[in-house]
Design a protein around this ligand. Structure first.
Ligand code: SF4
Ligand code: SF4
Ligand code: SF4
Length: 245
C-alpha cells in the first residue's frame, strides 16, 4: 500500500506547499509512490489516517498549537517543510517585541482580539522526524526526500556551508563588493543561488550543525570574521534559533 501523505499549512505564505504543486513534471511520478489524502490547496477531501504529514508555516497562534498537536496524533511521520516550519522563519522576527505591541502595529486598536503568540518552528511544539529547509523548499531536494521517506529511509541534508557550493561555482564572493553574507555558517543544498545572482545569503536554510566547527574557515579568515559574528549579523530567518545558540 502506498504511504498516505497530507499537506498542512500554518503561519506563512504557503509558498512551500505551492512549490510541491509546481513540481508539475514530477508530480505524476510522486503520485505513483504516494496517495495524497489531504491538501487544502489542491483537494476538498479530508481524512485523519495519515502516514506522512508535510507541514509548512510556523506555529504562531493558540489555535495553531492545538491543530499541530492533533496532526501529530494522527500522523506516523511529521515533516516540517520550509524555513517557517523549520526555524520559525521570517515570522519569528516578531518575537523580539511584546505581543501586545505586535498586534497593535499590525492590526491597530482592535489588535487585542487577534490570537497571536511568539512564532515557533514546528519542532518546538511537537516532535518532528525531519525538516526540509529553505524559503521556499528546493523542489529537487523535496522530491529526493519524499522518495527516500517512501523507501523507509530518513533523508539527509548536507552539513557543510553554502560557501562550499559558492566556491565550486567560482562566484566572486559578495564580501569583496562590500555586502554581507551568511554563507559561511548556513547549510548548503540550494546551489548557493543568492550569491550566484550577486546577493548575500540571508540564511533561509538555517545554520549548519556546530557552526563554530563546521563554518567555512577560509572565508572567515579572509574577511577577519568569526562564525559567531556572522551568526549575530542577521536575524531574518534565524531569530528563533539565535535565541537558543
Ligand atoms: S518558508 Fe518561505 S516560502 Fe515557505 S511558507 Fe515560509 S515564507 Fe513561504
Ligand atoms: S561568503 Fe557568501 S559569497 Fe562569499 S563565498 Fe561564502 S557563500 Fe559565497
Ligand atoms: S543562498 Fe542562502 S538565502 Fe539564498 S537560498 Fe541559499 S540558503 Fe537561502
Amino acid at each position: 500500500m502506498k504511504p498516505r501523505v497530507a499537506v498542512f499549512s500554518f503561519t506563512g505564505c504557503e509558498g512551500c506547499s505551492l512549490a510541491i504543486l509546481e513540481c508539475e513534471n514530477e508530480l505524476l511520478g510522486v503520485l505513483n509512490l504516494v496517495d495524497i489524502v489531504r491538501w487544502r490547496e489542491a483537494m476538498s477531501e479530508t481524512t485523519e489516517d495519515i502516514d506522512i504529514a508535510l507541514v509548512d508555516g510556523s506555529i504562531s497562534t493558540h489555535a495553531g498549537v492545538k491543530r499541530i498537536k492533533k496532526i501529530r496524533e494522527m500522523s506516523k511521520l511529521v515533516i516540517a517543510i520550509g524555513a517557517c516550519a523549520h526555524t520559525g522563519g521570517l515570522n519569528a522576527m516578531k518575537n523580539k517585541y511584546g505581543m501586545g505591541e505586535v498586534k497593535e502595529v499590525v492590526y491597530g486598536p482592535d489588535g487585542a482580539e487577534f490570537d497571536t503568540i511568539p512564532a515557533r518552528p514546528v519542532s518546538a511544539v511537537v516532535p518532528v522526524e525531519f525538516a526540509l529547509p529553505g524559503c521556499p523548499i528546493d523542489r529537487e531536494e523535496f522530491l529526493r526526500a519524499i522518495k527516500e521517506l517512501c523507501m523507509g529511509k530518513m533523508p539527509k541534508l548536507p552539513n557543510y556551508p553554502v560557501c562550499v557550493e559558492c566556491k565550486r561555482k567560482e562566484n566572486v564572493c559578495v564580501f569583496f563588493k562590500g555586502q554581507f553574507c551568511m554563507g559561511p555558517v548556513i547549510r548548503a543544498g540550494c546551489g548557493a543561488i543568492c550569491p550566484s545572482f550577486g546577493e548575500g545569503c540571508e540564511g533561509c536554510r538555517g545554520f549548519i550543525d556546530n557552526p563554530n566547527k563546521n563554518a567555512h574557515q577560509e572565508v572567515l579568515a579572509e574577511f577577519g570574521l568569526t562564525a559567531q559574528e556572522v551568526m549575530n549579523h542577521f536575524s531574518m530567518f534565524n531569530s528563533y534559533k539565535e535565541s537558543e545558540v
